[in-house]
Design a protein around this ligand. Structure first.
Ligand code: FE2
Length: 403
């Protein structure tokens, strides 16, 4: 059939963004936000954040302000389907009426999952995953919207999950991470507090900060995008280029810490307002599900090969991103200017001590899993907006070259 549309994505949709509170000491308003959202008994969903004292402190603020709590603290990186279902059991048994997620993307996404399952009568979470085929915009009409509130207390500067409406859960049977877009999943309020964010370990600071950058550059070159997104993401790239190194190696650098909080939130909001990810997240997420590699690190190792693959499709956009990251592109051709972006990324990866390539040696990725990863990506939302046309064999070659 001939596609009669003049444009591939003729209508751009912008989504609303819920409340973001960004600033020093913001976590202390957690009880106020719960009261505003009418939460009387909260399920705290968290990885535990051992050694930081953050969960105990939030729990104390809630209980001393009359909000009862239950705690589920077994969330792991790349949160699993069974963790969501276990947390849901605690939510139901405790007769909770809201969620307080404490942590980074894993905790917030698990919290969204609990609310999605509760809103849909205990249904297995990954039964509500969405894909390109069957068409996700039709599928999401079948899910009951979430009305249970969630207050997200952020402790990382990276994922933007504290305010985004989508979430990603590992389907352990299918050996992959799956996207969920159950209506109403965005947290009711997000508290992004540099006081908590600066307690991250050094490697997590680097990896999550790179995730924020990946949201910015992938949505900047995405085929699906709203104009709101573009200007926000240029700001993110500039902010990350100027602050992530200092933040990684000294989280007590208050300026760098605060700026990274803004960058990660802007990147997440930019995605929410109307854009998509691409091959870096698409392959990176599937790779992370197989190997257990941290989400931000997975994106970091996919960036150079994935975007070199995309570069011929949109060199002007890469040149613009190079300038946003501080490169001087005067007098260069568009391809030379685009190359400057890769120079900036390579230097950043080296400064963050992130080693690329050697995915077998570094993470245990095996050749037999390459086709599985590409198959997952072939029906993943991230593929839809990637600037270069999808080609299965080329993606297999790309991953093979990284083994
Ligand atoms: Fe991400």
């Amino acid at each position: 059939m001939i596609n009669k549309e003049m444009k591939q994505f003729p209508i751009n949709y912008t989504q609303t963004v819920e409340k973001n509170a960004i600033g020093w000491g913001g976590h202390q308003t957690v009880a106020d936000e719960c009261k505003t959202a009418n939460i009387k008994k909260a399920l705290i969903v968290t990885t535990g954040l051992k050694g930081t004292g953050i969960v105990d402190e939030i729990n104390q603020i809630l209980t001393t302000n009359g909000i009862a709590t239950e705690i589920y603290n077994k969330v792991t990186s790349n949160p699993k389907d069974y963790e969501v279902m276990e947390a849901y059991e605690v939510f139901e048994a405790g007769e909770c009426d809201g969620v307080v997620s404490i942590g980074g993307g894993s905790s917030h996404d698990c919290g969204k999952g609990v609310r999605a399952v509760a809103a849909n009568g205990g249904r297995y979470i990954c039964d509500m995953a969405v894909f390109i085929d069957p068409p996700w915009m039709e599928e999401i009409k079948k899910f009951k919207p979430i009305t249970i509130p969630q207050v997200a207390v952020n402790t990382t500067a990276g994922t933007g999950a504290e305010s985004s409406p989508g979430f990603v859960i590992t389907n352990t049977k299918a050996r992959t991470k799956q996207l969920l877009l159950v209506p109403g999943a965005a947290p009711t309020a997000a508290l992004i507090d540099p006081l908590l964010v600066r307690l991250m370990p050094q490697n997590i600071a680097a990896w999550t900060g790179f995730d924020a950058l990946a949201h910015a550059f992938e949505s900047f070159i995405c085929r699906i995008q709203a104009a709101h997104t573009l200007s926000l993401q240029l700001g993110v790239m500039k902010t990350v280029a100027e602050n992530l190194r200092e933040f990684t190696y000294n989280r007590m650098n208050h300026t760098a810490c605060e700026n990274m909080c803004w960058a990660e939130s802007m990147a997440g909001v930019g995605l929410t307002l109307g854009a998509g990810a691409g091959i870096v997240h698409g392959l990176g997420v599937a790779f992370g599900a197989i190997t257990g590699c941290h989400h931000g690190l997975a994106n970091a190792v996919m960036t150079i090969p994935g975007e070199r693959y995309n570069q011929p499709a949109c060199p002007d956009r890469f040149a613009e991103m190079a300038r946003a990251m501080g490169a001087d592109t005067r007098g260069l051709t568009k391809m030379q200017a685009a190359d400057k972006w890769f120079d900036e990324i390579e230097r950043l990866l080296a400064d963050l001590n992130i080693k690329t390539g050697h995915l077998n040696e570094q993470f245990g990725l095996q050749q037999k899993d390459v086709k599985h990863i590409v198959t997952v990506y072939s029906n993943d939302f991230a593929r839809e907006g990637n600037p270069r046309d999808f080609n299965f064999d080329e993606c297999v070659q790309l991953l093979d070259s990284m083994l």
